[in-house]
Design a protein around this ligand. Structure first.
Ligand SMILES: Cc1ncc(COP(=O)(O)O)c(C=O)c1O
Length: 457
């Protein structure tokens, strides 16, 4: 899970000049080193796993630095700018609001009413209420608390457990990491809550057995009985590798939760707001969760998250006892209102579905070319993940190859964030991308892979 630190030695790279990309300096840019080194000095080492490019401005699917380089963005930040970077409607709304009122925190506001109503109305039937927060981790923490409180209400003091999935990521705070399924990330906790259990996520590649019966068997093997379970939380697709569970599995999970008065929580922090070619990622499964955690793409930029859910679950706490200082902070709220309008008006969900098919077709072609190094391509819509593996070993992740591909793509003017889940090159452009930009990006990924493999990676 540990990432790699990028070199701060400028490298001479071939010049690039296309409609969507310009690279005219060494990378990292020598003139940017002073800032990069200051960051290394004043920030914790954990922050040095980010590509050494200093963004100066961004618009739509393009990112510029201050030195004449231009990237085609396939990161959306980290899946944040679903509507696109620097959208005029969002910028105008934020500027207008900033001039008007920044201070309406612990008092009711029209903006908060507008956004919570809009989010509930964008949700399926059965989702009645919305609680606004700031980060994705806060939303999963909040869902955890709601589940645990609910469990005790319907099943007494023993019904407090949470089931989650191996490989899952729900954020970096205590509860979120205890629910997470990456052992290295929670090693520091030592005394992890005993009522937290993980089971394999049935992605069909890393975990071939996708039967629901196996889920039940894995619980049984850990001594878990449904009367001790308050909630099941899962990312709609696993962020680490863009993998989905089979529809049938999720439907059986939904039925099992209903049968045993267990809440089903979908962490849509990555999957929501059109990313997967549907407005909500869980629509692919034909199920409605009891609670939905949102973040990232909710606002296309400013920090905002929320929990959406059934009113009987959301209304458990007395007035004043589930709040947050920045709930409904005006600038993120107007950003989200404008972003949701853009996604609707420009039919970006449909665009993600249509261009997602093009993206996945091209990436699958690439996978056929390098089946022994590109183990599989997963994802739906405008999220994809290239799973790099050691030569000929379908199940042996190759983090070095993934890192080399990301680094080379950036040198060629295609912006990606660092590999995730150790060995995955993750692709997640803004949803306003066009077909030419998809095809050009795929060409760059193919070139990068050709080159680093030819160099012996
Ligand atoms: C699925 C998922 N849940 C939760 C989080 C945590 O969100 P944040 O970083 O805003 O706390 C993330 C962040 O990457 C995520 O991908």
């Amino acid at each position: 899970v540990a990432g790699k630190e990028y070199s701060l030695t400028p490298k001479k790279v071939p010049l690039v000049k296309t409609r969507y990309r310009t690279i005219k300096t060494k990378i990292p840019v020598p003139a940017s080193l002073a800032v990069l080194k200051r960051l290394r000095k004043f920030e914790p080492r954990s922050m040095s796993g980010q590509p050494p490019v200093i963004w100066d401005k961004a618009k739509g699917c393009q990112v510029w630095d201050a030195y004449g380089n231009k990237w085609l963005d396939w990161s959306s930040g980290v899946l944040v700018t679903n509507a696109g970077h620097g959208r005029k409607e969002i910028v105008d709304a934020v500027v207008k609001q900033a001039r008007k009122n920044l201070h309406n925190y612990c008092f009711p506001s029209d903006l908060r009413a507008r956004l919570t109503e809009k989010l509930v109305k964008a949700s399926p039937k059965g989702i009645d209420k919305c609680f606004l927060l700031t980060t994705g981790a806060e939303s999963t923490e909040c869902a955890f608390k709601l589940c645990r409180t609910w469990g005790q209400k319907v099943g007494g003091r023993k019904k407090i457990g949470m089931i989650s999935f191996e490989g899952a990521f729900h954020g970096r705070t205590l509860g979120a990491q205890m629910m997470g399924g990456i052992p290295a990330l929670k090693d520091w906790i030592v005394n992890v809550d005993k009522a937290m259990w993980q089971v394999p996520f049935p992605d069909g590649y890393w975990v071939e057995d996708t039967r629901f019966e196996t889920f039940l068997a894995k619980l049984k093997a850990q001594g878990v009985t449904p009367d001790r379970v308050a909630g099941v939380i899962t990312e709609t697709y696993q962020g680490g590798n863009a993998s989905f569970a089979p529809k049938e599995f999720m439907q059986k999970l939904r039925a099992w939760c209903d049968k045993h008065k267990i809440l089903l929580v979908m962490d849509e922090v990555q999957a929501g707001f059109g990313r997967t070619g549907k407005y909500w990622g869980f629509e692919h499964y034909g199920v409605t969760p009891d609670l939905v955690c949102c973040g990232k793409g909710i606002s296309s930029g400013l920090p905002l998250s929320c929990v959406l859910g059934r009113d009987d679950v959301m209304d458990q706490y007395a007035p004043g006892s589930m709040t947050s200082t920045h709930t409904g902070s005006p600038l993120p709220v107007v950003s989200a209102l404008a972003s949701m309008d853009i996604i609707k008006n420009e039919k970006l969900v449909q665009n993600a579905a249509r261009l997602g098919r093009v993206l996945h077709r091209e990436l699958k072609r690439l996978q056929k070319k390098y089946p022994d190094r590109l183990g599989t391509v997963l994802g739906k819509g405008l999220v994809a993940s290239l799973h790099m593996v050691k030569p000929g070993k379908k199940k042996a992740p190759d983090g070095d190859l993934a890192f080399a591909v990301v680094e080379r793509c950036i040198e060629k003017g295609l912006m990606l964030f660092s590999p995730v889940g150790v060995s995955c090159v993750k692709i997640s452009p803004p949803l306003c991308i066009n077909e030419a930009q998809i095809l050009e990006g795929c060409k760059v990924v193919a070139e990068a892979l050709d080159e680093v493999l030819a160099e012996g990676a």
